[in-house]
Design a protein around this ligand. Sequence first.
Ligand SMILES: Nc1ncnc2c1ncn2[C@@H]1O[C@H](COP(=O)(O)OP(=O)(O)OP(=O)(O)O)[C@@H](O)[C@H]1O
Ligand SMILES: [Mg+2]
Length: 225
Amino acid sequence: MIKNPILKIEDASIFHHFKTILNNVNLELDTGEFIYVIGKTGSGKSSLLRTIYCDIPLKMGKIIVDNQDISNISKKELPYLRRKIGIIFQDFQLFQDRNAYENIKFIMTSTGWNDNKKMDEKIFELLEKVGLEDKSKNYPFELSGGEQQRLVIARSIVNNPKIIIADEPTGNLDPLIAEKILKLLLEINKSGTSIIMTTHNYNLIQKYKKRVLKCEDGLVKETSI
Ligand SMILES: Nc1ncnc2c1ncn2[C@@H]1O[C@H](COP(=O)(O)OP(=O)(O)OP(=O)(O)O)[C@@H](O)[C@H]1O
Ligand SMILES: [Mg+2]
């Protein structure tokens, strides 16, 4: 039973232009919960996550994040919402011309941090948390795929988000590294951040069991695998 939802979607329909991708989406993510979203390629998983992040406008229904109705959120309010939501994209989207330290710092300065000493402390705390303390000066091309994903995770938790939205965070990684990344996310989840993660990795879902939702035939359904 969901007691204290950090995210609630009510009767939402998700469109790209005039094409309906998902219909009548009803979803609740409890505070501290971790859920997987599965479904075939093209079934709407990324679109669902992008809608929560207000990257795709919602035309029908309602989305509530941390008790705030964000269905018609204004551009001005968007940065505040996005501090509550950490994003881990399917492709890494790191700045190639910035090293690991600078990649994190960029997110900080663009979300209101301005004290250099505090930023320094926080950046090294984050790098340590994800096991990259020795790589602060490395550029993305000097990091392995798994390390790049760790950096993306470090970046996503800069502002202690209430929710992390992870779109296939283990997608392009070898099985051992994929498992390590999932374990890192589970650790972050244990410290209170709710996580919604899309994946095609059935082995990991079976090993680390959580509630599973499936995008299928334009609907989001509870499923067991
Ligand atoms: N920007 C866009 N404009 C129009 N249609 C889009 C756009 N992005 C995605 N779509 C369509 O929306 C549908 C759902 O795409 P989405 O990326 O959400 O699928 P997915 O479940 O994440 O797939 P995958 O497992 O391959 O990542 C697809 O039919 C896709 O072609
Ligand atoms: Mg996708």
